[in-house]
Design a protein around this ligand. Structure first.
Ligand SMILES: Nc1ncnc2c1ncn2[C@@H]1O[C@H](COP(=O)(O)OP(=O)(O)OP(=O)(O)O)[C@@H](O)[C@H]1O
Ligand SMILES: [Mg+2]
Length: 391
């Protein structure tokens, strides 16, 4: 649930294994993903930093006539706590323990551009804490660290095993928005354990996959999808470039005996974006298995390639929750969608309304009368809630 977050006055939606946020430009799709990104960023860096990156709390809380001063992010979740084990050839295998709970926080803007965390609470199975105005009010645990109103308490509470899986799941949320021109530049090598938002460490992530058997399988799967999306493309690998690195693509050329090799600078926008999206979807290591968000994955792709991409989104959603924004009728042109997988987004008088499909659209998809792509072309993917008021 979101309240007074950017253009969202009130939204209460359910995100399944795969969720596609569909709506016109400026309707608030990215704002919904940004709420998830803000949570992850606040936990990985700090709330202060995450708000600064967005221009301060004044940009994040909703602007409206009533001048709301608080925004709220409230997440209910289920997950599996992954317990690592190591096999003989040094590969990490994960055992699973299911858990469920809820985490929410409310941030208030204060005079002079500052902010404070007015409320924060977390419950996971039998463990819980509640912080109000920077003071710990209630907890299930015998000993807890001190709280303050400038930071998210979950960061400190993650020192306790009970709250660690919540922290890891939420801090592991990644929202990708790959930028071809950034992927083309020489990249600074890093650990490559997860892909960054714009794709700036794509070479390191692909290189890391080469190191383990399961990583090589993942890379082969990524290349398999890439070959279908970009005809002639054979594969991709990291290439050292002095103290930097880049990507080298091999492409089959008619009449040629050996494939041609192209550096990232010479490769098309669509190829680079598709590679980054596929890598974001499939390459993850360690405990970073939180939900993945992708901004307009179909961007720069040919309509036929959008169908392949949809297969990839589905396959990835078996392992991790996937949430994407899209305006692509081509991506949605298939009849195996469940209405629960689509969230319609609209802006009504500057306010984002996001929700499940209204009964007509819901029925059309359930009965397979139309594909969501067909409804989108007719502008008939509408949310059930017409105003931002809670139902
Ligand atoms: N703090 C805020 N208060 C109210 N409205 C806001 C706030 N921040 C952003 N917005 C509104 O949200 C809009 C942007 O929404 P968003 O980026 O989510 O659109 P989108 O659906 O992703 O569109 P596109 O398809 O073009 O990417 C802005 O144009 C602005 O009107
Ligand atoms: Mg957007």
């Amino acid at each position: 649930m979101l309240k007074q977050f950017r253009s969202v006055k009130h939204a209460d939606v359910r995100l399944g294994r795969l969720t596609i946020l569909v709506g016109p430009n400026g309707s608030g799709k990215s704002n919904v993903l940004d709420a998830l990104r803000l949570v992850a960023e606040s936990l990985n860096t700090s709330l202060d930093q995450a708000l600064r990156n967005r221009g301060g709390v004044g940009e994040v809380r909703r602007r409206s006539q009533g001048h709301p001063t608080h925004f709220l992010i409230d997440l209910e979740f289920t997950g599996t706590d992954e317990i690592p084990g190591v096999t003989d050839d040094d590969e990490v295998v994960w055992g699973a323990r299911p858990f469920g709970g809820r985490y929410s926080f409310e941030v208030a803007a204060v005079a002079g551009g500052g902010y404070r965390v007015s409320k924060e609470s977390c419950r996971v199975d039998d463990a819980f804490f509640e912080v109000v105005g920077g003071a710990l009010k209630r907890t299930s645990e015998a000993v807890m660290p001190p709280a303050n109103d400038q930071r998210l308490y979950l960061v400190s509470a993650a020192g306790l095993p009970a709250f660690l899986p919540v922290f890891e799941g939420l801090a592991g949320i990644t929202v990708f928005s790959p930028v071809p021109d950034i992927i083309r530049q020489p990249q600074t090598p890093d650990l490559g354990d997860f892909l960054v938002r714009d794709g700036a460490n794509l070479a390191s992530v692909l290189q890391r996959l080469e190191r383990t058997e399961s990583g090589r399988k993942t890379k082969a799967r990524i290349e398999e999808y890439l070959r279908v999306i970009v005809p002639g493309m054979q594969g991709v690998r990291r290439e050292a470039l002095g103290q930097w690195e880049t990507l080298q693509f091999s492409q089959e050329v008619a009449g040629g005996t050996a494939p041609w090799r192209f550096p990232a600078q010479s490769v098309s926008d669509g190829t680079l974006r598709a590679l980054a999206v596929l890598t974001g979807l499939f390459a993850s290591t360690g405990s970073l298995r939180g939900p993945i968000g992708i901004e307009e994955p179909e961007n720069a792709l040919h309509p036929a390639a959008a169908a392949v991409l949809m297969d990839a989104l589905r396959e990835a959603s078996e392992r991790r929750q996937v949430i994407v924004t899209s305006h692509s009728a081509d991506l949605l042109d298939r009849d195996d969608f469940s209405p629960d997988e689509i969230l319609a987004v609209r802006s009504v008088a500057g306010e984002t309304v996001v929700g499940a499909l209204e009964p007509g659209g819901d029925l059309a998809l359930r009965e397979r009368l139309y594909t969501p792509g067909e409804l989108l072309r007719r502008d008939q993917l509408l949310p059930v809630e017409r105003s931002g008021d809670p139902q």
